[in-house]
Design a binder for this molecule. Structure first.
Ligand SMILES: CC(C)(COP(=O)(O)OP(=O)(O)OC[C@H]1O[C@@H](n2cnc3c(N)ncnc32)[C@H](O)[C@@H]1OP(=O)(O)O)[C@@H](O)C(=O)NCCC(=O)NCCS
Length: 228
């Protein structure tokens, strides 16, 4: 586990796409992983590289934690600025747009219009985070090590709290976040995955306060047996 370096960019994008469908590859619902990564993860590698930590196996990125100390506000502003570049690539056919992508975009817009999406804008939990490990590297303490590094980085920047959004279908991740000390802030049922997933899907937002009192408890919860 170590801080991100510019040469990790492709590896982070690969893990992002490999884990995007409930821990499995994004191709289940999206056609082009370059477009997917440009929309979802470029903002972090371009603008918040100091807030990325990677798990590295012999030079290969096998996992990451990343986020922004100012959360969705800063991320959306940077994403908007990158849209002309992405639209230019779309116009010149640099991305593959198929049925899966069109359906996913439609389902996302529809979910947004129905008020099913969760976004946390809170002074108590301003930072956000995303964490993912490649299958085969899970359950060995790498997630805990990445989490410790990211929370320490936020604390040293004076950030008071951090939030994340996951779903009720990310069962291992839910146990992991609760073990770190994250508390449920909000949840909402969504129809946006009904084409791909049987049964109910609920989006769940969790928050963790990073004040000094939490420092001991979070470090204690994650234990010492997961260090890399
Ligand atoms: C969620 C994830 C980041 C956790 O990282 P990890 O390296 O697998 O977790 P760790 O081995 O560090 O485990 C830390 C704690 O989390 C809990 N945990 C993690 N995976 C678990 C599992 N499969 N079952 C039960 N508990 C689990 C355990 O309580 C563990 O603490 P313990 O060892 O004291 O019992 C990783 O499994 C992952 O990337 N999963 C797939 C993608 C994903 O769901 N990402 C989150 C999207 S919101």
């Amino acid at each position: 586990m170590r801080p991100y370096r510019p040469e990790d960019r492709d590896g982070v994008r690969r893990v992002y796409a490999d884990t995007a469908f409930f821990g499995r590859p994004v191709e289940a619902y999206f056609d082009d992983r370059e477009l997917f990564a440009d929309l979802g993860v470029s903002v972090y590698t371009d603008h918040y590289p100091d807030y990325i930590f990677v798990a590295d196996d012999a030079g290969n990125v096998v996992g990451y934690i990343l986020g922004s100390p100012t959360g969705d506000v800063g991320v959306h502003a940077h994403t908007l600025k990158s849209l002309p570049r992405i639209l230019g690539r779309l116009a010149t056919c640099r991305y593959r747009i198929g049925c899966k992508t069109l359906v996913h975009v439609g389902m996302s817009v529809w979910a947004g219009l129905r008020g099913e999406l969760l976004e946390i804008r809170s002074a108590e939990y301003p930072a956000n985070l995303h964490i993912n490990l490649t299958a085969g590297y899970r359950g060995h303490g790498l997630g805990a090590a990445l989490m410790r590094a990211y929370l320490d980085k936020l604390r040293s920047a004076g950030v008071p709290g951090v939030h994340l959004v996951t779903t009720n279908r990310h069962r291992a991740a839910l146990r992991f976040y609760r073990r770190v000390g994250f508390q449920l802030l909000q949840e909402k049922q969504t129809q946006m995955w009904r084409r791909y997933v049987d049964g109910e899907v609920r989006l769940m937002a969790f928050g963790l306060k990073l004040r000094e009192a939490g420092r001991v408890s979070v470090a204690g919860r994650l234990g010492g047996n997961h260090a890399t």
